[in-house]
Design a protein around this ligand. Structure first.
Ligand code: AHR
Length: 513
């Protein structure tokens, strides 16, 4: 059996785990909002019309931050349509997704939902069809305490206290020709800089995100970041990154290696941002908000795009299999590994639309396969991210050349002493033995819990009628050997684990015999 190994040491840290790494995304798109989080006629709906089954799953997923209200949708959105008496709200065309927006859910409803879900809101501004004035208006409505027209309007709608949003996205994917109000880097950079400057005049400590490229395969990638950041560097804290992965022509080997691409993408954005910092003689270091990432079978979507104007049509309701879950787990490993620069990330999206949670109108809500690595990583990644350099066999891929079979990251919580290892085995052929040396830890460690996502059928999915076909299960004692950890001297301690083919695994070690 192939072998991989690495050594962990609490002295070699990358950065603290940022809770915002476990963000998600709610866009007014398809059935994410309507019949996703909100369905007043549903049996589980609360007094505000929110599905409590979805709220419970959102909490279980361990979501920290939710980006709202789009996405491509936001670039044509008028936030004022979604406030005040629902009966007076207009129905509008959503040009991004060719559907009708009823505006039954707007800012105040969403903030109530976020309170119930226990999540922070990252608010995305419309810099497609709108500009500085409208950004200032929505900021005033959200964050100004009282006495101004829009603060008093919010209060009259029942929100006495300001919402205190601290993180705003300055638009969405404005490099993309599909975006309503698409712009050149210069046009966007100037608008983003002036919007940021104006918003900071009211609240200097806001955390502002400039739009990076909508993917690293855009022809303008890196040139867009350079020009935008030259214009905005002093005004923003983050540059965004978006990436979606899927297998092309059945090439599962490359698909399983998607995190190699994410690593390269992050490194490229960091290099570009730092080069602008150097050029501007600035000591400030920008962070990355990876505010859209996931597996998305985009090629299927292009073939099935809706043409009728409908309210909440079924759009990109991808059904995820075991391989997709392993890829999602590996993308989380990549995000954690870059915690020194990536301090916010949003899996796109939360419900129904390329999402870990699925619902049926009037029916059940269930966990897709990709729910499990996200929920477990969010729950177990605590403290500091440790530097991991796996020594692993490699396999050949079409897209990325030779790729390590095993990828991994680890966290160490100095308060509890817990060490958690997250690992994937990308081999489609065989299990791989992983040995982790814990020589740097000064006391005995024992396995407190272990979870793996694997199935003999890597195409297995969860459905409304078989919602738990694929779950995370504890590793069997046969695949986990920790006997040496309970020896008196942890300096010689090793964790040995057998990783099944195409699997994602998390193991939490805790101090004790
Ligand atoms: O998440 C789906 C879409 O993907 C978003 O609306 C857009 O920003 C991205 O292209």
């Amino acid at each position: 059996m192939p072998n991989a190994s690495f050594r962990l040491d609490p002295a070699f840290t990358i950065a603290p785990v940022s809770r915002r790494t476990f963000g998600s995304f709610v866009e007014h798109m398809g059935r994410c909002v309507y019949t996703g989080i909100y369905e007043p006629t549903h049996a589980t709906a609360d007094a505000d019309g929110f599905r409590q089954d979805v709220l419970a799953l959102t909490r279980e997923l361990g979501v920290s931050t939710v980006r709202y209200p789009g996405g491509n949708f936001v670039s044509g959105y008028r936030w004022e349509d979604g406030i005040g008496p629902v009966a007076d709200r207009p129905v509008r065309r959503d040009l991004a997704w060719h559907s009708l927006e009823t505006n039954e859910v707007g800012i105040d409803e969403f903030m109530r939902w976020a309170g119930k879900a226990g999540v922070e809101v990252m608010y995305a501004l419309n810099l497609g069809t709108r500009g500085v004035a409208e950004a200032l208006d929505v900021q005033e409505y959200l964050n100004h305490p009282d006495r101004t027209r829009l603060a008093e309007l919010r209060r009259s709608h029942g929100a006495d206290k300001p919402y205190g949003i601290s993180m705003f996205c300055l638009g969405n994917e404005l490099d993309g020709p599909w975006q309503t109000g698409h712009k050149t880097a210069y046009e966007y950079g100037r608008l983003a800089a002036e919007t940021a400057r104006a918003m900071r005049a009211a609240e200097p400590d806001l955390e502002l995100v400039a739009c990076g490229s909508s993917s690293s395969s855009m022809p303008t990638f890196a040139a867009w970041e350079s020009e935008v950041l030259e214009l905005t560097y002093d005004q923003v804290d983050y540059i965004s990154a978006h990436a979606y992965y899927e297998p092309f022509d059945g090439d599962i080997g490359s698909f399983l290696a998607s995190a190699v691409d994410m690593d390269h993408f992050i490194n490229s954005v960091v290099a570009t941002a730092d080069s602008i910092g150097a050029k501007l003689k600035s000591r400030k270091r920008l962070k990355i908000s990876f505010d859209e990432w996931n597996v998305w079978y985009q090629t299927r979507f292009q073939a099935t795009r809706e043409t009728e104007w409908q309210v909440a049509p079924r759009v990109i309701e991808d059904s995820y299999n075991v391989t997709d879950a392993v890829v999602v787990g590996s993308l989380l490993i990549s995000l954690l590994r870059h915690s020194d620069r990536v301090t916010a990330a949003c899996q796109a999206q939360l419900v129904n639309v390329i999402a870990p949670i699925r619902t049926e109108p009037g029916g059940p809500a269930w966990r897709q396969t990709i729910f499990h690595p996200f929920a477990i990583t969010s729950r177990l990644a605590k403290g500091a991210v440790l530097r991991v350099e796996p020594d692993s066999p490699v396999y050949a891929t079409e897209r990325y050349g030779d790729v390590p079979v095993v990828d991994a990251v680890a966290t160490h919580d100095p308060d509890s002493g817990d060490v958690t290892i997250f690992a994937v085995n990308r081999s489609q052929d065989s299990a791989t033995d992983l040995t982790v040396s814990l020589a740097g830890f000064g006391g005995a460690l024992r396995v407190a819990e272990s979870w793996t996502v694997h199935d003999d059928d890597p195409n297995a999915t969860n459905t409304a009628t078989d919602p738990d076909r694929v779950t995370a299960v504890p590793l069997s004692p046969a695949s986990l050997s920790s006997a040496s950890l309970s020896s008196a001297s942890v300096a010689d301690g090793e964790l040995r684990v057998s990783l099944a083919p195409v699997s994602w695994t998390a193991i939490r070690l805790t101090p004790g015999e």
